[in-house]
Design a protein around this ligand. Structure first.
Ligand code: PHE
Length: 477
């Protein structure tokens, strides 16, 4: 059977942008920003998206389009080594970890969407009365499990319908809807009293703060950049494997990163004015999983016409989350289809059945060895998996593919790509992995023991050794 492909070029861009735009932009981004000093974080984050995100996206695209297989098969075929094929299973595991907590959050969103809509037709939704208490009562347990199943079923339905008739068609509708609704909401939020104050908090660019906090925000900013661009999970490898024509990958990567950033910034333009208009100081509100559901839901409850706005808002989030969760489910599905010759439908059934269980564990959120499962999976586990996953991808592109990666990048990309190709390969093979390992160490607090200069020295040494190695190995530079 012929491998499925995207029907149109816009189809690939929208599917990949749909994967990127998700809870990371709307649920995580505004709060991580607020928690890490607002504009200072924003500046570092934007820098990482541009300097790590776009080259990283290109790395995954190059593997996917050249390999024409899901991560395990692509890594194995392109390297000719079974070991890389085994490593590909890492991405299947990452995808399952991702969707396990994502589907639970998606379930919360579905519930809040439904309740808001009921509020519009006159049945007062329950979360309006006491948002904090209410969220506490539905976030974990049978309620959370039920809505997790519902969200998972919706996700599975789209993936079940296939690349063209499911993912491509779905994201072609979802992505524009998200953009239009968010712009509308942002305009409306801008008319609220307190909006000016909110913009000042959110957008004021303060060089001194950036400088003072640079190393503190580096880890969270890198984690957020990878998560929001769907990097390190093999999603972009998988989606790029459905490209069957040569077109400019750098162009596509830039469009996707831009769209994704736009949605993140727009979401902030909705969230912050709403909070400020009610006198909630975001830097004083504790972030975390419940933030959107407690802080914002509280705002909707107090605003005139709040139920209508809430319906639109949670509607946006449902669509954005769904277009991301389908890209997570597609990773293990394409693995089973490519590697074991399973049909798409049984593959979806098998993976979904597994996620019913793994997501169920997140939904009931037991405490194992003193750690609550949900927070661990959604935070440190996923951050680490994505970072390690991306480092492997980058090293693969730089050291295993080498010249092939350059050729793949340039194919269909016009003259500009000739100028950026070699610097890109050097960045991907050396600079970015070094940087990511560094952020991983800061996340684990290793730099605290080592001190800044020794850490920097080690980083530089690794970089220099890598450049030297790349020179002799591949005679590239
Ligand atoms: N980028 C998605 C979001 O921001 C999350 C995601 C991560 C999706 C990794 C796929 C792979 O919500």
């Amino acid at each position: 059977m012929a491998r499925e492909t995207w029907a149109t070029r816009a189809g690939f861009i929208l599917a990949a942008a749909g994967s990127a735009v998700g809870l990371g932009n709307i649920w995580r981004f505004p709060w991580v920003t607020a928690d890490n000093g607002g504009s200072a974080f924003l500046a570092v984050y934007l820098g990482i998206v541009l300097l790590v995100g776009v080259p990283g996206l290109l790395g995954e695209f190059v593997i996917g389009r050249r390999g024409q297989k899901s991560p395990a098969g692509a890594l194995r075929d392109l390297s000719g080594s079974r070991a890389w094929g085994v490593w590909g299973v890492f991405y299947v595991i990452t995808a399952i970890a991702l969707i396990s907590f994502y589907s639970v959050v998606g379930g919360w969103i579905l519930r809040y969407f439904g309740e808001s809509a009921l509020g519009v037709v006159g049945t007062q939704p329950t979360y309006f009365a006491a948002p904090g208490q209410y969220f506490g009562s539905v976030a974990a347990g049978p309620d959370a499990f039920g809505f997790h199943l519902l969200f998972l079923a919706l996700t599975a339905l789209v993936v079940f319908a296939g690349v063209r008739r499911g993912i491509e068609l779905g994201t072609k509708v979802m992505m524009p809807a998200v953009l239009v609704l968010l712009v509308g909401l942002a305009v409306w939020a801008g008319s609220r009293p307190g909006a000016a104050e909110a913009y000042a908090f959110y957008l004021a660019f303060d060089v001194a703060t950036v400088r003072a906090n640079f190393f503190d925000v580096l880890g969270p900013a890198a984690g957020q950049a990878l998560f929001t661009l769907s990097l390190g999970a093999g999603t972009m490898i998988t989606y790029a494997s459905y490209i069957d024509e040569d077109r400019s990958l750098p162009f596509d990567a830039t469009v996707i990163a831009t769209l994704n950033t736009l949605v993140g910034v727009l979401a902030g333009l909705v969230v912050f004015p709403l909070l400020f208009s009610l006198g909630v100081d975001p830097s004083q509100t504790s972030p975390g999983p419940g933030a959107l559901f407690v802080g914002l839901a509280g705002a909707f409850a107090q605003l005139p016409g709040g139920a209508v706005v809430a319906t639109a808002f949670f509607g946006v989030v449902v669509l954005a989350a769904l277009s991301s969760s389908i890209s997570m489910l597609e990773i293990p599905v394409s693995f089973l289809v490519d590697e074991y010759g399973l049909g798409r439908r049984p593959a979806v059934g098998l993976v979904a059945a597994g996620v019913v269980v793994t997501g169920g564990v997140c939904a009931f959120n037991p405490t194992i060895a003193g750690t609550a499962v949900f927070g661990f999976v959604a935070g440190p586990l996923v951050d680490t998996l994505l970072t390690v996953g991306l480092v492997a991808v980058l090293l693969f592109v730089g050291w295993v593919m080498g010249r092939d990666a350059l050729a793949e990048l340039r194919s269909g990309a016009g003259n500009l790509s000739a100028a950026v190709a070699t610097p890109w390969l050097l960045a991907v093979g050396v600079v970015l992995p070094t940087f990511l390992v560094f952020t991983l160490l800061t996340t684990f607090g290793v730099d605290a023991d080592l001190g800044f200069w020794p850490t920097a020295l080690v980083a530089v040494a690794i970089g220099a050794a890598a450049v030297a190695g790349l020179r002799t190995e591949r005679a590239l530079v």
